[in-house]
Each structure stands twice: as C-alpha cells, then as structure tokens.
Design a binder for this molecule. Structure first.
Ligand code: DON
Length: 318
C-alpha cells in the first residue's frame, strides 16, 4: 500500500498493484447493461458496444490498465480540453470575454441559452464553447489542426494519436446543429473566422483517436499543477491547470456534472465515443472507455467504473 497526499492535504491509500482492483471494477461494470452507443453518425454507430477499458496513470510514471486500454477510439468531446489549452495560451484573459465559465445545466448541443446570452457560450466544454475555441485556434494559428495534433502527440509521447477521417467526414455531413450554433455566434459578432473553416477544425478535433492509456498519460499534467510528471516540462501554468480542472468539475460531464461531483468528486470530461477522463490532483489520471451512453451522452459503464474506483480509494477532492 502506498500513501499519497492529494489536494487539501487529504491522504489516500492505494495498493501498489492496482491491477486486481481495476479488474474487479471492470467485471462489475460489464454487468451494467444501461446505455446506447452514439448513433448520430454511422461511423460511431458501428462501434462494438462491448469494448471496455480502464487505465490509471499515476504521477510516479506507472500506468495500470485492464480491458481494451490500448485500442484507439474516437475521443469526441474530450478533445475540448486540448483545444482550450491552446486558446488559453493565445488569448489569456481576453478569452473569457467571449466564453463564460458557468455550468450550463443544458444538454451539450443545446441552442436556447446561446440566444438569450447573446452568442456568448456558457463554458468551453459544451459544443458552442468548443466551436468558439475552434474559432480562436483557426484565427491564431496558420495550421490549427497540426498545432493540436503535435501538442497531443507530445503530451502522451506517442505517434499513435490519429484522426479518423471517416468520423470527421460524417461529422461534417451530419453537423447541422453545430452549424446552427456557429452561425448564431457569428450573427452576434462572436466568431471571427469563416464558419466552414471553424466547423471543419471543430469536427476534425472531435475525430481524434486515442486509447485510454494515451489519454491518461496526456492529461497527467492536470493532476500535477500544469507540469508533465514524466518529462518535467511545464505544459500550462499552475493557474491554468487549476482553471481547466475547475471547468471540468463544473461542466465536464454536461448537465450531469452536479451528479458526478456528488457521487465521484473529481474533475472529469466525457465524449460521445464513450470515453471519460477524471483528474485526481497530486495522484494521477483515470481514463475509462465503454461505448454505450446514458441519456446525458456520458458513458454508462465508464461513469460506473470511475465512481467505483474513486469511492473505493477515497479519491473525491471534496
Ligand atoms: O459535436 C458533437 O456533438 C459531437 N461530435 C461531440 C459531442 C460530445 O462528445 C458530447 N459528449 N458527451
């Protein structure tokens, strides 16, 4: 057993060998039969529903996994974290004049609030906010896609991060709701670049493919005050890592963020590909993947695995 001090001076005791615990949790989650694989684009509807993976990457460099943890999947909205990192670096405080930092209490692709609030999205974790972030990237980088891809590959020290061209194309073909969000923001003067270019970047980013092991390693800096624990390199400032974790806590699980804080108590982000990452400050990252989604668009088994692990190890930050 190893004692770790996590944020707030709280201590957790985790077994040195996490594998049997993760195995037990994965087996229990396979009994959760709720959920339906995302079917808004054919490329995601075809994904086998019984994939299941759980990875814990700790700050000392150890990575423990069970299930399909090296199989790449469509990270979808988890990519909102990567886009946001680059936009925060480029615009700093000015970013927060164009997107808020409040939970929305609405589904991730909701449009109603955006009109009431004059084209300023509630937060960067919902679709409207991530499209706004994509506008910042397209306007400030000569090659916004390569900027994201090389950053993500560098973060997990792996060239296996790719983009699923079929998913990208499918997103474009079925992107009417996201286009509506983008045009509404444009009508309020909150998008600078060409709408098609902004949407193309947003859809491309959603189509990134990574495994739970890649994701857990890539986001370890968020558990380590902005510094990659493996290379010692500063990825973001301590303040920006705190701000990203705060946004994940309040908005990362969409209109289920309150319930997730209540039952799990960790900053987290989900995607409709079935992935969820949860940050355990000063300890590490948990990444889960299981395609069937609940009615909020969050992986039903993924939530259950993270809840079970966080409760058994006492990981809540609250
Ligand atoms: O733009 C969309 O609606 C999807 N490509 C991504 C949404 C998503 O992942 C929401 N996650 N739970």
């Amino acid at each position: 057993m190893t004692q770790h001090l996590i944020s707030g001076g709280q201590s957790i005791t985790a077994p040195d060998n996490l594998k049997p615990l993760l195995q037990d949790i994965l087996q229990q989650a396979l009994g959760v039969t709720r959920g339906k694989v995302a079917d808004y684009i054919p490329a995601l509807a075809e994904v086998k529903p019984d994939y299941c993976a759980l990875t814990v990457a700790t700050l000392d460099g150890s990575v423990t996994s069970v299930g399909d943890a090296t199989t790449p999947f469509s990270i979808q909205s988890i990519s909102k974290i990567f886009g946001l990192m680059l936009a925060m670096e480029r615009l700093d405080e000015k970013l927060w004049q164009r997107v808020q930092m409040e939970p929305s209490g609405q589904p991730f692709n909701s449009i109603v609030q955006l009109e009431w609030e004059k084209g300023i999205p509630r937060n960067p974790m919902i679709n409207a906010g991530a499209i706004l972030v994509s506008d910042v990237l397209v306007s400030h980088y000569s090659a916004s896609k390569s900027a994201v891809l090389s950053m993500v590959r560098g973060l997990c020290a792996s060239d296996s991060v790719c983009v699923d061209r079929r998913v990208h194309q499918s997103e474009i073909e079925h992107g009417a709701r996201n286009a509506a969000l983008a045009y509404l923001m444009k009508s309020f003067g909150n998008l600078e670049a060409d709408v098609d270019e902004v949407l193309d970047h947003y859809f491309w980013q959603c189509a990134l493919t990574m495994s739970t092991e890649d994701l857990a390693r890539a986001l370890a800096f968020l558990a380590n005050r902005g510094t990659c624990p493996y290379s010692g390199k500063a990825i973001t400032s301590h303040r920006d890592a705190q701000r990203i974790n705060a946004l994940l806590s309040t908005s990362g699980m969409y209109d289920q963020s309150g319930q997730f804080a209540f039952t799990v108590g960790l900053p987290a982000k989900s995607g409709v590909g079935g992935g969820i990452v949860a940050i355990v400050p000063d300890y590490g990252v948990i990444a889960a993947w299981a395609p069937p989604l609940n009615s909020y668009g969050n992986s039903a088994r993924g939530m259950e695995m993270i809840r079970n692990l966080a409760n058994r190890l006492g990981l809540s930050v609250y």
